[in-house]
Design a protein around this ligand. Structure first.
Ligand code: PMP
Length: 393
């Protein structure tokens, strides 16, 4: 290789605090992606070029498996978590029984669940959450007690609040009741350790761009031996053991693998560092802005996320008043949609509170200087919006 990729901050002058929407590409991922793009080869071809491509895919599969502590043969590469979620729910639901999920899942779960159960009234169970965003375990147990739930799908970490699901009691109860367990771990993979030898889920979805890989690449973990009917979404050349036909995205997969390895190696140092920065951001905003509320169980959250309701300051106006900071109102996937966050509404917040909520999400590239600048800009923006609204009334 005659070139060297250096890491650039996403946008010079911009404080990027929207890692839950997408993380900046890790230099290791950029390097691996470009190297793969710079060589020819279809991973299914048997000649030397094809074998080279297959080796890159194989390496990435192992790197991802190392991050999750599973076997590389349990990874199915997809175009992202949306596809992995569709694939997982369709396969699991086809094994029979009802589908139980929660009210705070990403649309890639909720919409899929609605679509696949549409012609079977009563087949979809949507579990409520409490004011902290934690799933109602009594409701889960009650649903499982009917013994007609075939699959439970609960997200490992919420994209808007960072609230974590304690998967151990969920898998225990679900398996005792004969149900499969899927988790959408898109926001957790690469941010907190996941050990699939310990966590007994049958299926897990992830997306590479949330931990510094390229967009448009993801994976579904399918536990070996899980009682799943074979149920691909795409039929064709039989790649990925028939689970996902189509020529493999070798460059994207190589980047995903490199990002997984970098995330794994950096995890022990990054988790406390990012937690500290998030706590600093949150404490400074709460004390300097006033009249605000942090959403989600304080002690059960991802390290890098804080969701804050700035009362009487609509988030769209706040964000427009701080163009030097990239943060998000609700989730990026639903921004532009007029409805307020379904996650915050499910947690009992009013429509107005949901509309006044900003999500900041930090990651491996976030610095203490970013936090200082974000605090200064946010305090100024919220004060400006509140003053403007007060003078207008
Ligand atoms: N699940 C969760 C929890 C997410 O946050 C996202 C991305 N916002 C997805 C699924 C979908 O991921 P992708 O768009 O990469 O398919």
């Amino acid at each position: 290789m005659g070139w060297k990729v250096t890491f650039q901050s996403p946008d010079v002058g911009l404080v990027y605090l929207d890692y839950n929407a997408t993380a900046p590409t890790r230099p290791e991922a950029l390097q691996a992606t470009l190297a793969a793009m710079n060589s020819v080869g279809n991973a299914s071809s048997t000649h030397r070029s094809g074998r080279g491509a297959a080796e890159r895919v194989d390496l990435a599969r192992r790197q991802l498996a190392d991050l999750l502590n599973c076997s590389h043969g349990e990874i199915v590469f997809t175009s992202g978590a949306t596809e992995a979620n569709n694939l997982a729910l369709r396969a699991a639901f086809a094994s029979g029984g009802r589908l139980a999920t929660s009210a705070v899942e990403h649309p890639a779960i909720l919409e899929t669940a609605k679509a696949i159960t549409a012609d079977q009234p009563g087949a979809l169970v949507v579990l409520a959450v409490d004011a902290d965003g934690l799933v109602d375990m009594d409701a889960l147990h009650a649903a499982l007690a009917t013994r007609d739930v075939g699959v439970v799908s609960l997200m490992a970490a919420n994209n808007e609040t960072g609230v974590l699901t304690d998967l151990a009691p969920v898998t225990k109860a679900a398996h005792e009741a004969g149900a499969l367990v899927h988790t959408d771990a898109t926001q957790m993979v690469g941010r907190l350790p996941i050990d699939l030898a310990e966590t007994d889920v049958d299926l897990l979805s992830l997306s590479a761009h949330k931990f510094g890989g390229p967009q448009g690449v993801g994976a579904l973990f399918v536990r070996r031996g899980a009682a799943l009917p074979y149920r691909p979404l795409l039929f064709g050349g039989g790649q990925e053991r028939g689970w996902r036909a189509g020529t493999l995205n070798v460059a994207g997969i190589a980047g995903a693998g490199a990002a997984a390895e970098a995330a794994r190696l950096g995890m022990a140092a990054e988790v406390p560092r990012i937690t500290r920065l998030r706590d600093l951001l949150e404490a400074a905003l709460v004390s300097q802005v006033g009249d605000c509320r942090v959403n989600g169980a304080a002690d059960r959250r991802l390290p890098g996320v804080t969701s804050i309701t700035f009362h009487s300051a609509p988030a769209d106006a706040v964000l427009a008043s701080m163009p030097d900071v990239a943060a998000s109102e609700g989730s990026a996937c639903s921004s532009g949609a007029p409805s307020p966050s379904h996650v915050l509404l499910a947690m009992g917040r009013s429509r107005e509170e949901a509309e006044c909520t900003v999500r900041f999400s930090l990651g491996y590239g976030t610095t203490a200087d970013d936090i200082d600048r974000a605090v200064a800009s946010t305090v100024r923006a919220v004060q400006h919006v509140r003053a403007t609204l007060a003078s207008a009334t």
